[in-house]
Ligand binder design. Structure first.
Ligand code: NAP
Length: 253
């Protein structure tokens, strides 16, 4: 698929990696539907991108809310008259050990609230947005591309039962959808980032950051644009389908 004039919807576009995707794809001539929870980050990003309104629109939406997702995707279809690519990027963390014990006494456990919050946004949100986008692409008969953002944590990571389960789930969804939607010309892939230098990671204490970097074979954390570059590759290479691309500097959990 050519990026120039392609209509690309990005969820969580106001965050570190989403904004990097928007920026790289805008430079390559894509038209952007930017979706996020809060209007402020979207408005800042739109101002930075400085594209014409018809080529860059922002949409406030909680990706875990079915009615909001269906409404926003209908608006995108109406305003852009189509959708070529969806990047399911919105995500949150609510880390906690499953069970924390000291001297035989339970100190804490992962709350059902923390479990539900992460599953709702990171797994159900991907299901809802993927379903809405695929339906539009099928009706339009134009084919398209869906990319789910997973994580190296999908392999299982201490303190991330909720996040790891959701990220493994979105990887499985992508393979399932690649099988279901290939007859409609829709490709579906997964990108699994390792540690990427978004604000949260950069705000770590220098000692903790140095320790983390020492665990990464590449000797450094990744840049948000290195994930964006992978999205560009997936858009441009029509033969990649149903695959999980790990961008992690060689790190394994
Ligand atoms: P981020 O900076 O926190 O950005 C995530 C964006 O998603 C934020 O703008 C956030 O809005 C938005 N969001 C949260 N809940 C939402 C909801 N219910 N509906 C719509 N938007 C919502 O995170 P990031 O580091 O760029 O991560 C982007 C993706 O990469 C996530 O899926 C993450 O799990 C994945 N990932 C990141 C790393 C990393 O090292 N950074 C590594 C592996 C995977 P608010 O700010 O308003 O909450």
């Amino acid at each position: 698929m050519k990026i120039e004039r392609a209509i690309v919807a990005i969820t969580g576009a106001g965050g570190g990696i989403g904004a990097a995707m928007a920026s790289r794809l805008a430079k390559n001539g894509a038209r952007l539907a930017l979706i996020d929870f809060q209007p402020d980050s979207l408005e800042r990003l739109k101002a930075e991108l400085a594209l014409a309104e018809a080529d860059c629109r922002s949409y406030c939406c909680d990706v875990s809310n079915e009615a909001q997702v269906d409404q926003v995707f209908a608006e995108i279809r109406q305003q852009f008259e189509g959708m070529d690519v969806l990047v399911n990027n919105a995500g949150i963390t609510r880390d906690a050990l499953m069970l924390k014990f000291k001297d035989g006494e339970r100190q804490s456990r992962m709350s059902l609230e923390a479990w539900n919050a992460v599953i709702s946004v990171n797994l159900t949100g991907v299901f809802l947005c993927g379903r809405a986008a695929a339906e539009q692409m099928i009706i339009a008969g134009t084919g398209g591309l869906i990319v789910n953002i997973s994580s190296i944590s999908a392999a299982g990571n201490m303190g991330q039962s909720n996040y790891s389960a959701a990220k493994a789930g979105v990887a499985a969804l992508a393979v399932t959808w690649a099988k279901e939607f290939s007859r409609h010309g829709i490709r579906v892939n997964v990108v699994s980032p390792g540690f990427i230098g978004t604000e949260m990671v950069r705000a770590m204490k220098p000692e903790a950051l140095a320790k983390l970097q020492a665990m990464i074979p590449a000797g450094r954390i990744g840049e948000p644009d290195e994930i964006a570059h992978t999205i560009q590759y997936l858009i441009e290479n029509d033969f990649v389908n149903g695959r999980n691309i790990e961008i992690d500097g060689g790190m394994r959990l």
